[in-house]
Design a binder for this molecule. Structure first.
Ligand SMILES: [Zn+2]
Length: 149
């Protein structure tokens, strides 16, 4: 099934394709201060596909702490839609179903996650294992500033 969402103003859109039901997939609330400030609730499926539909003029990239991912926010409405990591054909992301308002995932029990104790290497490895393979409709946007060499 393909689930769709967009930021508050509609300039950033994303679709999430998965074979799993929302209940089987579950939703996660990362406890870091960035995610809590945004009230983010995230999903990913390593066997799914995320497509991010945005133009470079509308997409803001924010990095902090270990700087291993880019947090994508809308330049117009400020909503946080996804975190993305990697380059080329190895881009992965986790999408925020609250920021994107993906209806099918809004009423699922949240699993709070603590990632603060991870090393940089552990964090990168977990994301490649758990996050969703991702493509951008605008090829110039690519992945994150961080990626495998
Ligand atoms: Zn927006």
């Amino acid at each position: 099934m393909i689930h769709k969402g967009q930021c508050h103003c509609g300039k950033l859109k994303a679709s999430f394709e998965t074979q799993k039901t929302p209940a089987a997939l579950g939703v996660r609330t990362c406890q870091c201060v960035f995610c809590r400030r945004h009230g983010a609730v995230n999903i990913s499926d390593p066997e799914g596909v995320v497509t991010i539909d945005a133009s470079p003029e509308e997409l803001n990239r924010y990095t902090f702490a270990l700087r291993t991912a880019d947090f994508l926010t809308c330049k117009t409405c400020g909503v946080y839609i996804a975190a993305v990591m990697g380059k080329g054909d190895k881009i992965v992301s986790t999408i925020n179903v609250i920021g994107l308002r993906v209806e099918e995932f809004l009423n699922i029990e949240e699993a709070p996650m603590q990632y603060g104790a991870e090393t940089t290497e552990e964090r990168i490895a977990r994301r490649y294992q758990k996050w969703t393979p991702t493509r951008f409709t605008d090829k110039t946007l690519g992945g994150s500033n961080f990626g495998p060499h």
